[in-house]
Ligand binder design. Structure first.
Ligand code: E4P
Length: 294
């Protein structure tokens, strides 16, 4: 059991309620959960259905997702369960919103995940006006985080933005710099957007997320188990973080940008190749696993 709870809320990054339960007994609590189409495709029950040769209709796919989040929902605390809309590069905001509205009704503690694209932000803007809680995913730049802030201003509920640390690291850039830069930029804001460190690959990412006071971190069970095995260390005053690749070579630093959060969200340069690739990967996992007849 965790002796001292960090200020950063801890979410499980996964799609299996049994895993959430296991982590809950290991740590003593789970603040929330994030899911995505790739993680749902890996859910043991979904895998069993696919392996049995049953071709899932889109309704059945949705029913499975609903069943999974309904099992996870009562296990977690007030950071809720993030449920991601099925969107490809052509999905319009209105369609994402329709999905989001339905997903939001599945459980009392839902956050609807929209991709950090023009249409995703339009959907998020319409959602917060309807008091639907949102989590903007696949964030890879400070401009994108500025646009999330501006598009959701006025939200009565906290809005989450999910910068993907590990995928930036994989790309040769120091993903933790993005967390640091967004936190610094938001010091000039009204606090309505909470930073959810995502795509966490190791205990060091987690500890630096704590040190940077990220409001939330979503963490794969494997990393939480490693953290537990080390005795749940927390960063002390002497904690330092080195962003390095697998060969211990320093990752490219991401410089801070002065951005004005009061500008209209459409004025920020939100295009990012990793956001596009991320959407394509979610679509591929969704289609290849869930729609395949085995
Ligand atoms: C969380 O919301 C994300 O879906 C997740 O952290 C992605 O992590 P990955 O880069 O390991 O797929």
């Amino acid at each position: 059991m965790l002796p001292n709870k960090p200020k950063t809320k801890i979410l499980v990054d996964g799609g299996d309620p049994n895993e959430t339960l296991r982590i809950k007994s290991l740590i003593g609590f789970v603040d929330g959960q994030t899911t995505n189409p790739s993680l749902i495709a890996k859910n043991p029950e979904v895998q069993r259905l696919v392996a049995s040769g049953h071709r899932l209709s889109s309704q059945e796919e949705k029913d499975e997702y609903k069943k999974i989040v309904q099992s996870i929902s009562p296990l977690v605390g007030d950071a809720g369960v993030s449920i991601e809309v099925f969107a490809d590069l052509d999905t319009r905001a209105e369609e994402m919103l329709a999905q989001g509205q339905e997903m939001f009704s599945w459980i009392p503690n839902a956050y609807v995940k929209y991709p950090c694209t023009h249409e995703g932000l339009r959907a998020a803007q319409m959602s917060v006006q309807k008091s639907i809680r949102v989590n903007i995913t696949l964030c890879f730049s400070q401009d994108q985080a500025a646009a999330v802030y501006a598009a959701t201003k006025g939200s009565r509920e906290p809005v989450y933005v999910s910068p993907f640390v590990g995928r930036l690291d994989d790309h040769g850039e120091d993903g933790m710099d993005l967390i640091k830069n967004i936190k610094k930029m938001y010091e000039h804001g009204d606090g309505h957007v909470h930073v959810l460190a995502a795509s966490i690959r190791g205990v060091n990412h987690l500890l630096y997320s704590f040190a940077l006071n990220a409001e939330l971190a979503t963490v794969p069970s494997k990393v939480l188990e490693e953290w537990a095995a080390k005795g749940f260390p927390l960063p002390d005053r002497n904690f330092t973080y080195r962003g390095v690749d697998a060969n211990d070579k320093p990752l490219k630093a991401i410089p801070y940008k002065e951005l004005d959060l009061n500008l209209p969200w459409q004025s920020f340069d939100i295009a990012h190749e990793l956001t596009k690739k991320g959407i394509q990967k979610f679509v591929a996992d969704y289609e290849s696993t869930l729609r395949r007849s085995a």
